[in-house]
Structures are given as structure tokens and as C-alpha cells.
Design a protein around this ligand. Structure first.
Ligand code: ADP
Length: 343
């Protein structure tokens, strides 16, 4: 029951002292504890003889007030508790301000996300029209020619048109494969199946395979560890190794060396280094976004999807990917993956 009510309390709560003296404090201030319970507060109070915390109380007009309360015992001369004193501070304005700032920040983040989504959508549409329209046009015109002039064409000419169609269909199929891989490695729908395996024989096998398929570049493998055991999805990680090496091949001159390094210290570190065209600084931060291509690719074919897939796969493995590059000098991609606990 309220025994004393100072002018500060009158100002904060709107009640005059003569209206509240003798009344139960709960009835007047109608407290609500958003972060705790009365039982929890009582426990702390008994243990520490004091409680400092935040709660909601109400103004006479019903308005909720954010209050920071500091409650202690009121004692007589012998130290015996005869009541409680609570020193309350109204922090509603501060709370309102904090809420406003938080909401503003949330809005900024939402707008930025929206802007990025729009940008990806625009790039997607542009990619669709470039990458899909050209092969479809070639397929269409080859088909029209075959249909209209079939009789007058030589067998070689006919075969060339059929080859054109087959080549463009393969291109479209690869593109669709990339799009569906990008969607399937999205963290919101992971079909991620990690098992423990060693990256050393894994990289050796893949590099042997790539060397067999492509002899335009010198592909070196430097193993700085005997083993690098990780918990990973070997099928997905194949795309990472393949994509980085095939990009290195695609964006560097024929005959130039590509060096793949594998290290295992506290983490497994895979580096792919080339001496190719490099990536301008302005583009480096964005090449992992879907459909983003650097400004210096000229007419090198590509969809801008490979690195987005690589990044998603590395993220699924709780790893990291970085790029260091200098235009005209070369590029190094570094993938870091956690080693298994036993490694
Ligand atoms: P793309 O199909 O265009 O090669 P990626 O997603 O694999 O798509 O790569 C995105 C962009 O990053 C490329 O378009 C290119 O601008 C740049 N890039 C990637 N790898 C290299 C590299 N090794 N050297 C130079 N540029 C690269």
C-alpha cells in the first residue's frame, strides 16, 4: 500500500498523492513485466535485498510507461524491514526513440534487400534475353533452313545445321543445369549430404580428370599437407573445384599456368591461382552475386552463375571464399573449409 508519493511520482503517473496514499500500488500502476515474472523478481529481491529492472506501468490516463525501477527495503532504526522504497525513472521517450531508430534501421535493410532483389531480377531478365534468346534463334533458323531447303542442301550443310542445333541445345541444357543447381543449393532448401572424406585424393582425382579434358593450360597441384579431412558433400564440392579451375582456364591465356594449392592447418585451404585477365576492384565484391559478370569479360561466354553457386555451396559447408585479383596480372580464389574435429 502506498505510504508516500512524491511530486516526481505525481508528474510521471498523473495521480496526486492524496488520490493514491493508502491504495495498493498494483491497483494504481498496473505493472506488466515483459522480460520477467513477479516470482522471478521476488527471488532476486530475497537473495539480493534489491531489484533493478525494467517494467511497464501505467499513467492515470491508461498510457503505458516504460519504467526503470530500483526497489529496496525501507527499514526501521533496528534494521527491520517495514516497507519498500521504489525509485522509478520514466524512460518512455528513450524507448520510443530506440524503437524508432530500430524501425528505421529495419526499413533501410528491407529497402536495400528489395533493391538487390530487383537488381538480380533485372540481371536475370537480361541474362534470359541474352543467353536464351541467341541459342533459340540459332535453333529456330537452323530448323527453318533445314525445313525449307532440305532438298537443295548438301549432306555437309545439313549436318552443319544439325550440329548447330545440338550445340545450342547443349548450351541451353548447361544453363538450365546451372540455374537449377543455384536453386537447389539455396540455404532455404538444402539437400546437403555431408560425409567425412579427405580433400587430398579428392583434389588429385579431379585435377587428373580436368587435365585429361583440357590441355590448353598447365595445371599444377601443390599439396602442402598429407591429408585434409573434412565433413562435406563431395558431389557439391566438385562444382566448387571445377568451377574455379574452369574459370581460371576461361579467363587466362592459353598456355599459362594455373596453380591449385591445398593446405590443412586449422582449416582446409584450397587456392586456385591464374595469370589471367584479372577482375577490376569495383567488381570483386559483387562477382558472387547471381548473374553478375565483371566489366572486363568482353565476349568471353558465361552466365555469371558459377560463382554464385560456388559461394552457396561453400556457405552450406560453413566455409569462406575470398578473391584477390589484379587486372592484367591474375586472380586467386581462396576457399576455406572447416576440418573435421579428428583431423
Ligand atoms: P561466368 O559464367 O560469367 O564465368 P561466374 O559466376 O563463374 O560466371 O563468374 C562471375 C564473374 O567473375 C565472371 O563473369 C568474371 O567476370 C569473373 N571471374 C570469375 N573467375 C575469374 C577469373 N579466374 N579471372 C577473371 N575473372 C573471373
Amino acid at each position: 500500500h502506498i505510504q508516500s508519493w512524491n511530486p516526481g511520482a505525481e508528474r510521471i503517473y498523473g495521480w496526486r498523492a492524496d488520490e493514491v496514499i493508502g491504495k495498493p500500488i498494483r491497483e494504481i500502476l498496473k505493472p506488466v513485466y515483459p522480460d520477467t515474472t513477479v516470482e522471478e523478481i521476488s527471488k532476486i529481491f530475497e537473495a539480493q535485498q534489491t531489484w533493478i529492472g525494467e517494467l511497464i506501468q501505467h499513467h492515470k490516463d491508461g498510457r503505458p510507461l516504460h519504467i526503470v525501477a530500483n526497489v529496496t527495503y525501507l527499514r526501521d532504526d533496528t534494521g527491520k524491514p517495514i516497507g519498500m522504497v521504489t525509485v522509478n525513472r520514466d524512460v518512455s521517450d528513450q524507448k520510443r526513440l530506440e524503437k524508432e531508430i530500430l524501425e528505421k534501421e529495419k526499413l533501410t535493410v528491407a529497402l536495400e534487400t528489395e533493391r538487390r532483389v530487383q537488381e538480380i531480377r533485372t540481371r536475370f531478365m537480361r541474362m534470359i534475353s541474352h543467353e536464351f534468346r541467341t541459342p533459340l534463334t540459332i535453333i529456330n533458323s537452323s530448323y527453318d533452313l533445314l525445313k525449307s531447303y532440305n532438298e537443295r542442301m548438301s549432306p555437309e550443310q545439313r549436318m552443319q545445321k544439325l550440329d548447330n542445333i545440338a550445340e545450342q541445345v547443349t548450351h541451353l541444357r548447361d544453363l538450365m543445369g546451372e540455374v537449377s543447381l543455384l536453386l537447389s543449393t539455396d540455404p532455404t532448401m538444402p539437400n546437403f549430404a555431408p560425409t567425412e572424406f579427405d580433400l587430398v585424393p579428392y583434389c588429385e582425382d579431379q585435377i587428373t580428370e580436368i587435365r585429361r579434358a583440357c590441355d590448353t593450360h598447365t595445371l599444377n597441384l601443390l599439396l602442402n599437407c598429407d591429408s585434409a579431412r573434412i565433413n562435406g558433400d563431395s558431389k557439391l564440392l566438385r562444382h566448387v573445384v571445377n568451377n574455379l579451375i574452369y574459370n581460371a582456364i576461361k579467363y587466362s591465356p592459353e598456355g599459362s599456368p594455373i596453380t591449385v594449392t591445398l593446405e590443412a592447418d586449422r582449416t582446409a585451404v584450397l587456392r586456385v591461382k591464374d595469370l589471367g585477365i584479372g577482375i577490376p576492384d569495383v567488381d570483386c565484391a559483387r562477382i558472387f552475386e547471381p548473374f553478375y559478370r565483371a566489366t572486363n569479360v568482353n565476349d568471353t561466354p558465361g552466365s555469371g552463375l558459377g560463382l554464385a553457386i560456388v559461394k552457396q555451396i561453400v556457405d552450406l559447408h560453413q566455409g569462406k571464399i575470398d578473391v584477390q585479383s589484379q587486372v592484367g596480372v591474375g586472380t586467386t580464389f581462396t576457399v576455406t573449409l572447416p576440418l573435421t574435429a579428428a583431423a
